[in-house]
Ligand binder design. Structure first.
Ligand SMILES: N[C@@H](CCC[C@H](N)C(=O)O)C(=O)O
Length: 303
């Protein structure tokens, strides 16, 4: 039994290139996020609806302005979120949490730097990139691989489908990127979930489908780990551009066309930058316990 004390959380609903977020201020509010609460908030029928939840907290790192945590719609906490990082900065600015520009945010793998421009667009230095299979908890035992310029392509068999040739990129979070002839015909809904949850990816993976238009332009769709296909994925855009450059197909900077908008990605001297929009759609408040309870009652199939 719960007591009668209401637990009201203020939030902002935001989007960056159509990748949408519930953003919560955990600096001025006491927020205990759980997987169950994250799923209830993100649910598009019984909750507010979002691809991810973003939680802004007081940092533990002495050089950071904030700690920035990310939860997928399925409740899993993850390492990074590019579109979310831009929304996080816009949120901090609009809520008056800090006037600093650039800002430094602590994510679970280190610090990232974020700069807001006059136009409201935000540019993010995305942090470290890694390519070795261990960085993605990818089991390569017995799998075949082919060198491709600076990259290595891994051949992944998929039940009932053709094998796929994947570039592995970790932008703190894991991405498997394949080149397709046309994103509009790509089997994102069919093979995306098979790649995302393939047993060789021990922590699952974000599956990118990239169409190269020219050396500075790609079209991209991403089947996101823990969220399904989203209208845009910022770390996915970065992973695709880095993979394309390593495969000898692209040169920095690259314009990434997603179904929800355009992102610009540059990768020079090992510094990875992404910029794009960050927009508040509305603000509101929610009784988190009531929301979670009705979510559980109305959708008992959920754990
Ligand atoms: N939408 C994001 C990525 C969110 C996390 C991802 N689904 C994961 O599980 O790693 C982005 O804009 O980068």
């Amino acid at each position: 039994m719960r007591d009668n004390h209401l637990m009201i959380w203020n939030f902002a609903k935001m989007q960056g290139a159509g990748n949408d977020f519930v953003v919560l201020d955990g600096v001025r509010q006491s927020i205990q996020m759980t997987p169950q609460r994250a799923r209830a908030l993100a649910d598009r029928h019984f909750g507010i609806g979002a691809d991810q939840l973003l939680l802004v907290e007081t940092p533990s790192h002495p050089e950071a302005d904030f700690r920035y945590r990310i939860f997928n719609a399925d409740g899993s906490e993850v390492e990074h979120c590019g579109n979310g990082a831009r929304c996080f900065v816009q949120f901090v600015h609009e809520q008056g949490l800090s006037g600093r520009n650039p800002l430094r945010a602590e994510i679970c793998t280190g610090l990232i730097t974020l700069t807001r421009s006059e136009s409201g667009d935000v540019s993010v230095e995305m942090g470290q990139t890694r390519f070795e299979p261990e960085a993605l908890a990818f089991d390569v035992q017995g799998l075949s691989s082919t060198p491709c310029d600076q990259d290595t392509l891994w051949t992944l068999p998929l039940p009932g489908h053709d094998d796929v040739l994947l570039s592995l990129v970790a932008i703190s979070n894991p991405h498997a990127v394949q080149v397709v002839a046309n994103v509009d015909d790509a089997p994102v809904a069919e093979t995306g979930p098979l790649i995302e949850s393939h047993p060789r990816f021990k922590q699952r993976v974000n599956a990118g489908f990239m169409q190269v238009i020219d050396r500075h332009t790609i079209n991209l769709r991403v089947y996101e780990r823990g969220a399904g296909e989203t209208l845009a994925c910022g770390t996915g855009a970065c992973a695709a551009v880095v993979a394309g450059i390593r495969r000898g197909l692209l040169d920095s900077p690259v314009l990434v066309n997603t179904r929800g908008g355009q992102l610009a990605v540059g990768w020079d001297n090992n510094t990875l930058r992404m910029s794009g929009p960050a927009v508040t759609v509305f603000t509101g408040h929610v009784d988190i316990d009531a929301l979670t309870d009705q979510f559980n009652i109305k959708d008992p199939s959920r754990p």
